[in-house]
Design a protein around this ligand. Sequence first.
Ligand code: SAM
Length: 478
Amino acid sequence: MYKYDAKSLKAEEFINNEEILETLAYAEANKDNIELIKTILDKARPVKKDKGYVCQGLSHREASVLLACEIPEITEEINKIAEEIKLAFYGNRIVMFAPLYLSNYCINGCVYCPYHAKNKTIARKKLTQEEVKEQVVALQDMGHKRLAIEAGEDPFHNPIEYILDSIKTIYSVNHKNGAIRRVNVNIAATTVENYKKLADAGIGTYILFQETYNKKSYEELHPTGPKHDYCYHTEAMDRAMDGGIDDVGLGVLFGLEGYKYEFAGLLMHAEHLEAVHGVGPHTISVPRIKKADDIDPTAFDNSISDDIFAKITACIRLAVPYTGMIVSTRESEQVRGRLLNLGISQISGASRTSVGGYEKEERAHDSEQFEVSDTRTLDEVVGWLMDNGHIPSFCTACYREGRTGDRFMALCKSGQILNCCHPNALMTLTEFLVDYASGETKKKGFDMIERELEKIPNEKRKEIAKSNVKDIMASNRR
Ligand code: SAM
């Protein structure tokens, strides 16, 4: 259908302006073509096969037609299918994580980011290894098991050795029952050699947001610093995978450019990774631009409404059914609640976006990246998820047992989620409840666990899970 070959072309060549513009024109021309839209929706539906489900996913052109369509009944149908896909491959589990900001020193000039080098008002901070430990203890005291580390790009203040030391420190802290079991990394695009070092350090997912797939806008939005190089940034995931990192996480910063353009680019990036590396992105994040220090709030006129944002999320879910989807505390409780029913599988909780932000009860604003919209505690978020029928999961078993990249995708496709991930989620939730939860959250949680254990189809696995849960509840873990 297209003249561009996802496998032989480099990411930057495959995700090209001409194809994206043709996609947008095709989507616009077909946005009321009910016959075509119904065919696309049928293609997107999960189909029962053996013990599980299979899904074909959608191409960027097909998904773009759905995104362009403004017929309310079609949006409802898209939302329904998005929820079905989420439940088929991820169940009702929601994986929990927290960001850990290591350093806000940065030499780039990103015009939307308060870390930009010319910002003289932000307090510059970099955690020492002792401070990293203190932050990790504070995060462990809340119950977190999975972190995403964040840093500006600065070869002097934050060289790769600093990042590697910090990862080592994080994995080494074992406070009470709290070892961090998975460290995901969100740092600037780097070399294959450095990606190899990150892989050797045992990171989980390497996350890098493209910010925008519009090359011209990209260059204007990143006027100075190493991040200005669009090709180097766009090809980072290929270098990461060449360096041995199995799981990579994509995302664009919605609000910088036209959302339809970004959506098509994002899906083309996923197609490229799948074609070249045999496995698509492990996760896709959906961050939206926020007000920030020393950033002109009137400069970004591409901000999107909550309705459009929800539609984007649901359409991504249909296009890449096996990819995890992440929403952060940039979004409010209300928006997050809505997106959870449209395919989101991971959320952050109790996040602080300032460097060293977890050490104090009150929020420090002087070094933060953006103000968070969801300021609830982890206990409150966990309780809220359960009130809404989601199982908060602190599981990292796949990563620890080497089920990354295509092996994770194989599990996802095998329909073994209810026998494998579901019991793991319940066991790690039991640990959280016993070790960290308030009385009210404990009560909700134990009731939920009792109900959810009954859903494990394999009798033997059900018995094992019940016995493990009982052991955790009976153990004197502190
Ligand atoms: N320095 C690394 C890089 O350049 O990719 C990553 C770290 S940065 C802390 C993480 C992400 O924050 C960026 O990729 C960007 O999408 C997002 N970000 C920057 N400014 C933002 C803002 N004003 N509102 C919301 N998100 C923002």
